[in-house]
Write a protein that binds this ligand. Structure first.
Ligand code: GDD
Length: 304
């Protein structure tokens, strides 16, 4: 039986990935933070503490590690850049060190991100230069290169999945898609009338999270390397709002307000991924695009 360790198992991606791996016959372990419940397969682990990271790798002795745990809010990273660097950048190095010393046969997946590209022009592929635009992006860039370095220096089976935005009804309420779908549901119920957003012009390549965790698994079954997962389509935040409100028979323009306070000191204007390599080498093809995604999220929030 294959044993997997998922850091960040309680997050959107961690929860979908755990379900997928269990369905495929894996024994799945995960790390949780202090306030969460510990069980034989849920280990207390502080990714900013080396001894704690070593302990979980030693206890689980995983065949595959999916490192998804991090401070993942880009806007927040401007408010706590150093804590973000520790939890998002240095933590990856801690885990790689533990793998190198304790479980060097383990396959290692790093949750890299399209935020690495920042202001590099779209469409972005694996050969597009990186130019991150936030402390989060900078930390993820360090983590990306740590993975490449440990692969080259020590021969670890370590890969980066450079995932473009991927969403679902399990997405945290602080991200723009879920903020919008929750607002649509509240407005439809009569509990709110407006939602206040920041930059409506930002363009993202939004896919459906369950399809992306399948991509993560495919990456680890292949020779180690770095892969983009993206739909190849681009929509603005305004477009997403339009689709989400339309799914509830509402007009976004009647309910969306903007405020300077929601803007970031530096933003990423336009992300569209070219995932040809993943399609050709892994057979990974996403099927759900932004209009359907918005409908799925709004429908789930209206039903809740
Ligand atoms: N969160 C948020 N809230 N974003 C807003 C808002 C708002 O009220 N209004 C406009 N935006 C804009 C942001 O400025 C950004 O340009 C875009 O909407 C998307 O923001 P998020 O949904 O917060 O996601 P993100 O693209 O910054 O980051 C997410 O995707 C990355 C992959 O590209 C996160 O999941 C990252 O962890 C992930 O790496």
């Amino acid at each position: 039986m294959t044993t997997a360790l998922i850091t960040g198992i309680t997050g959107q991606d961690g929860s979908y990935l755990a379900e997928l791996l269990e369905h495929r016959g894996y024994t799945v372990h995960g790390t949780v933070r202090r306030h969460q419940q510990v069980t034989p397969t849920r280990h207390l682990c502080d990714l900013t503490d080396t001894a704690s990271v070593d302990k979980v790798v030693d206890e689980v002795r995983p065949d595959e590690i999916y490192h998804l745990g991090a401070q993942t809010h880009v806007g927040e990273s401007f408010k706590s850049p150093i804590a973000t660097f520790d939890a998002t950048g240095a933590a990856t190095l801690r885990l790689l060190e533990a793998v190198r010393r304790i479980a060097p046969q383990a396959r290692f997946y790093q949750a890299a991100t399209s935020e690495l590209f920042g202001i590099s022009p779209a469409p972005q592929s694996e050969s597009t230069p990186f130019h991150p635009r936030s402390p989060y992006g900078v930390a993820k860039l360090a983590a990306y290169w740590a993975v490449v370095n440990y692969r080259e220096a020590y021969g670890l089976h370590a890969s980066n999945g450079i995932l473009f935005n991927h969403e679902s009804p399990r997405r945290g309420a602080g991200f723009v898609t879920r903020k919008i779908s929750l607002a649509v549901a509240a407005i439809k119920r009569g509990d709110a009338d407006t939602v206040t957003l920041g930059n409506l012009d930002a363009r993202r390549d939004w896919g459906f999270a369950p399809e992306y965790v399948d991509g993560m698994h495919r990456i680890l079954q292949h020779a180690p390397g770095d892969y983009i997962l993206a739909t190849g389509t681009s929509y603005s935040v305004r477009d997403f709002a339009e689709h989400a409100f339309a799914a509830a028979d509402l007009d976004w323009a009647d309910h969306v307000r903007t405020a300077e306070a929601q803007q970031r000191p530096a933003d990423v204007p336009d992300l569209v991924g070219d995932s040809s390599r993943a399609r050709d080498e892994l057979g990974w093809v996403p099927t759900i695009h932004t209009p359907e995604l918005a409908r799925i999220m709004v429908t789930a929030d209206m039903a809740a």
